[in-house]
Design a protein around this ligand. Structure first.
Ligand code: MG
Length: 318
């Protein structure tokens, strides 16, 4: 049985407690702040600032925090660095591992849902996925994405969640931030997929990062959190592991299909994004279907709603 000791700050111990919230144990050793049992490991944080990791996964668990423990808080981020250093960055060999990757689409689009996909790519499949054209979807056009998605949907196990506009608007009106909505969807999709691939286990989960890890895990407080052998968060994760690239392509595919349905329902082609064309289309929708239709088609809290109302008044108002 291996063990690792890290010397950490109170802030970091708090972040750890949040991270292990679903694995906390009630019986505390003397002098400890919390103790938790994630898979194959026991984590105990002491008032002295020492955190002890014990068990088969001790090194894996400790590695999540090692960087933060070693990097002083005040260290300024390098101006050229695009990835912020934190304890959840994936290891150098991630690209060759069997990984569950997750990504979402639609968060910046006024029309249409948010779709989140978690996809599992085994190391033996990585070459095939590459051959099927899986790559960073930012380099692909929608028709290519659709073609690739159709090919990979039977190759990689995945879990898709769609948060349609009425649901999204309801959650948002209840005070839930978009970040939290996304975090909950990622968590659910990953949990579903972990279930689906059982008894097989991914070596790691890699989430395309949209919030700092402490913020992300804060969103999941009170939720049953997915349990993985290792969890990594990184921006630009599509370029780090093909599972995330596949997830992104499948999420985009689902989004585009849903978007087509919305166009059909609207009776005209609705545009993507959140620019002026979107405002005009929303004004037309108000004119043809009434203001309440926005709830079924759009993310109503976007500034586009007010702009669309103004255009509607000007163009169609009596
Ligand atoms: Mg993303």
């Amino acid at each position: 049985m291996s063990h690792v000791v890290l010397l950490t700050s109170p802030v970091q111990i708090q972040a750890m407690k949040v991270h292990y919230v679903n694995a906390l144990v009630s019986k505390l050793p003397p002098g400890s702040i919390f103790s938790a049992k994630p898979p194959l490991c026991t984590v105990t944080a002491y008032k002295s600032g020492k955190v002890l990791f014990q068990g088969k996964n001790a090194e894996i668990e400790a590695a999540k925090w090692q960087k933060d423990a070693a990097v002083p808080k005040e260290k300024p981020a390098s101006a050229t660095s695009t990835v912020k250093v934190h304890g959840y960055l994936p290891p150098a060999n991630i690209a060759t591992m069997s990984v569950i990757g997750s990504d979402e689409v639609g968060t910046g689009d006024y029309f249409g849902p948010i779709t989140v996909v978690a996809a599992y790519a085994k190391k033996e499949q990585l070459l095939l996925l590459k051959e099927l054209g899986v790559q960073d979807s930012k380099n692909l056009k929608d028709p290519q994405i659709i073609e690739i998605a159709k090919q990979i949907k039977d190759v990689v196990p995945f879990s898709l969640l769609t948060c349609d506009n009425p649901k999204y608007n309801m959650l948002q009106a209840k005070g839930m931030s978009q970040g939290k909505i996304k975090a909950l969807l990622h968590n659910q999709a990953i949990k579903h997929l972990i279930q689906k691939i059982q008894p097989e286990q991914a070596e790691a989960v890699l989430i395309d990062q949209f919030a700092q890890p402490n913020v992300f895990f804060n969103y999941l407080i009170g939720q049953e959190q997915f349990q993985a052998n290792a969890t990594y968060l990184s921006t630009k994760a599509e370029g780090i592991h093909l599972s995330v690239a596949a997830a992104s392509i499948l999420a985009r595919y689902a989004f585009v299909k849903r978007f087509d349905l919305l166009s059909e329902k609207a009776g005209f082609r609705i545009p993507k994004g959140a620019g002026f064309a979107v405002d005009e289309a929303a004004a037309r929708l108000i004119h043809e279907k009434g203001i309440d239709a926005l709830n079924d088609f759009t993310k109503t809290h976007f500034a586009n709603t007010e702009k669309a109302k103004r255009i509607y008044q000007k163009k169609y108002g009596k």
